[in-house]
Write a protein that binds this ligand. Structure first.
Ligand code: UT7
Length: 335
């Protein structure tokens, strides 16, 4: 629980994470399961290829009829419980997702109703795999501006719904899940600095190039990725975002206790840690068990590290996102 927050407009008004939660759908598919699934479609893959190129050993897929808001609901309940809060305390919900329940209304509104937090602000934010870092930065600004005391910031995805199981270069990479944090106004930090970027000239390297019009799907509603192009861009922008957010906060690499990057590929994550001269023990890794859960990956990894006792109160944590758009960003915080 945080102490009473300074009044709106007070420079000492900070935002602070007071609880984390996450949820994975129970259906777990190992790489062996993916080998069998692809073989049935006449495609080859192997556990060795997937582990060596990505670090992924398993991913979770939601059952039919289970949507992003359902996964988010579990994550939010756990986060609220950890913060000692109830749905009545929440005055803002932001859901970062690229796999919303419906075209509209927002998944945040659907989640709000399931939580029983009716009446508060609620909206979705679309920044693909950078979505949670974007959403946390927006919520931080809204808390500091004074209009919000207690926010639920969520990343929730059912990427299994937009995978092309005839494309072995992408379908083995992604999974479903949700993570959430409770962010509250506080007189102590908290979020120290945020850094967000986008470059729309790279729209085509990671996209779902379809839409709905006249009662039909127009274009292709399945995920396309130029993996090598994304890889190269990700390595560069994750490093620059990390350095920029540290500079903004007046901190150095040596101050970072934990790096929680977007969980897409172990090689990218380890490369980022090495460039920052962080020992690999400070890198939180869940990609092996979760696969790439897009906007859910960072809050899922954060919650796993908190609940396992690694991330503790007072630790300095760097969160990093990168993904379609192209979008990227970082948040530095004292937990
Ligand atoms: O969430 C947003 C951020 N996303 C990312 O950060 C993803 C970034 N990209 C990556 O992680 C990697 O580029 C991949 C994991 C997607 C691919 O790894 P790669 O080392 O770049 O492999 P590649 O695309 O160069 O493919 C190497 C070979 C190819 O065969 P040839 O042409 O060398 O004969 C592919 O056809 O691996 C083949 N291949 C596969 N083989 C077995 C591609 N997919 C598979 C597969 N199983 N599933």
């Amino acid at each position: 629980m945080t102490s009473p927050a300074p009044a709106p407009g007070d420079a000492r008004r900070y935002s602070r994470i007071t609880g984390t939660g996450s949820h994975l759908p129970p259906r777990r598919l190992t790489n062996a399961d993916m080998v069998a699934l692809l073989a049935a479609r006449g495609l080859e893959t192997s556990d060795e290829w997937i582990v060596e190129r990505t670090g992924i050993k398993a991913r979770h897929f939601a059952d039919d009829g289970v949507n992003a808001s359902d996964l988010a609901l579990h994550a939010c309940r756990a986060a609220l419980q950890a913060a000692g809060r109830t749905a009545d305390d929440v005055d803002l919900i932001i859901v970062a997702t690229s796999t919303p329940d419906m075209v509209f209304p927002s998944t945040a509104c659907i989640l709000q109703n399931k939580l029983g937090a009716n009446g508060c602000m609620a909206f979705d934010l679309q920044a693909v795999c950078s979505g949670f870092v974007y959403a946390l930065s927006v919520a931080d600004a809204m808390v500091k501006a004074g209009g919000v005391q207690c926010a639920l910031v969520v990343g929730a995805e059912v990427f299994s719904r937009i995978l092309d199981f005839d494309d072995r270069t992408t379908c083995v990479l992604f999974g479903d899940g949700a993570g959430a944090v409770v962010l509250e106004a506080s007189d102590e930090p908290g979020i120290l600095a945020t850094e967000l970027h986008a470059d729309g000239k790279h729209v085509g390297i990671l996209c779902v190039p379809g839409t709905v019009a006249g009662g039909s799907v127009l274009g292709d509603p399945l995920l396309k990725m130029d993996g090598q192009a994304v890889f190269k861009l990700a390595v560069g922008v994750l490093d620059s975002a990390a350095r920029a957010v540290l500079a903004k906060a007046g901190r150095s690499e040596a101050d970072v206790d934990w790096l929680v990057p977007h969980q897409a590929n172990i090689r990218i994550m380890q490369g980022t840690a090495k460039k920052l001269k962080l020992p690999l023990e400070k890198l939180v890794v869940t990609v092996d068990e979760h696969g790439n859960t897009s906007a859910a990956s960072v809050p899922l990894a954060l919650d796993v590290a908190v609940r396992s006792g690694r991330i503790q109160r007072g630790h300095t944590v760097m969160l990093e996102g990168v993904g379609g758009g192209f979008t990227w960003g970082a948040v530095l915080l004292d937990f």
